[in-house]
Design a protein around this ligand. Structure first.
Ligand code: NDP
Length: 241
């Protein structure tokens, strides 16, 4: 898959899956526009890839829209930024619930609105990948806000896929299982919990960021021209186990 000459916006490109995706896209010829929060991550990514950097807190709707407008025009979009808070159902706070929905569900919608408006105005085709999670499909203890925010993102993805495909923009979701990134350390550092999850993954390991990035690139590429509205597990078979 060759992305030479393509300008690709990647949110959450500072760490983890987003960073792996940005690096892979750059290796395959793309000009990456990185939208993320930490300036230090943007600086190192810029040095490694020559990407364009936009620092933004995606929990802030107005700032997100302004950053998305700055990032356009783009050929392709990856909504990868995400966050989590571990709280039991009974202890889930309104603040955490709202924050996770702002970052995981609302921000992808806002960035995609700006992306799609620009593509449609130009009469240009495009593709969006929203990074969801297996947590959108199953209830994971201590992940009420996260599961809800990712299931909500899937709803956004499906509506986008129906409304935007007639305008030439395909929209798909990827649903990783535990992937070895800073977020996974936060959510899965308890060895008992991690072992329980691992036994349910038939391939016998957690995902690496590049495992997910490869699937994202496929869904962005013209090789997947007939794939639209898909929720694609990248889970080693977790969902069928
Ligand atoms: P990481 O925590 O490793 O990286 C997340 C990236 O998103 C960071 O660059 C982070 O920036 C950025 N980000 C988070 N919050 C904000 C914010 N408010 N504003 C701007 N940028 C923000 O996460 P992963 O790579 O693990 O996760 C990437 C995506 O994959 C997420 O959507 C996640 O939900 C999903 N996912 C991850 C799984 C896993 O096991 N790792 C499993 C399934 C899905 P900063 O560090 O500066 O906050």
């Amino acid at each position: 898959m060759d992305f030479t000459g393509k300008r690709v916006v990647v949110t959450g490109a500072g760490k983890g899956i987003g960073r792996a995706t940005a690096l892979m896209l750059a290796r395959r010829g793309a000009k990456v526009v990185a939208l993320t929060r930490s300036a230090a991550d943007l600086e190192t990514l810029e040095q490694e890839t020559g990407c364009e950097s936009i620092a933004v807190d995606l929990a802030d709707a107005e700032a997100t829209r302004a950053a998305a407008r700055r990032a356009m025009p783009a050929d392709l979009l990856v909504n990868c930024a995400g966050t989590t808070e571990l709280q039991s159902f009974l202890d889930t706070t309104v603040e955490a619930f709202d924050l996770l929905h702002a970052v995981n569900t609302r921000a992808p919608m806002i960035v995609a609105q700006e992306y799609a408006r620009d593509r449609i105005a130009k009469g240009a085709k495009g593709a969006v990948v929203n990074v969801s999670s297996v947590a959108a499909f199953v209830g994971i203890p201590d992940h009420t806000a996260y599961c809800a925010s990712k299931a909500g993102l899937d709803g956004v993805t499906r509506v986008m896929a129906k409304e935007l495909a007639p305008q030439g923009i395909r929209v798909n979701g990827v649903h990783p299982t535990v992937t070895l990134t800073p977020m996974a350390v936060k959510a899965w550092s308890d060895p008992v919990k991690a072992a329980g999850m691992m036994t349910r993954i038939p391939v016998g390991r957690f995902a690496e960021p590049d495992d997910v990035a490869e699937v994202i690139l496929f869904l962005l590429s013209d090789e997947s021209a007939m794939v639209n509205g898909l929720s694609m597990p990248v889970d080693g078979g977790y969902m069928i186990a």
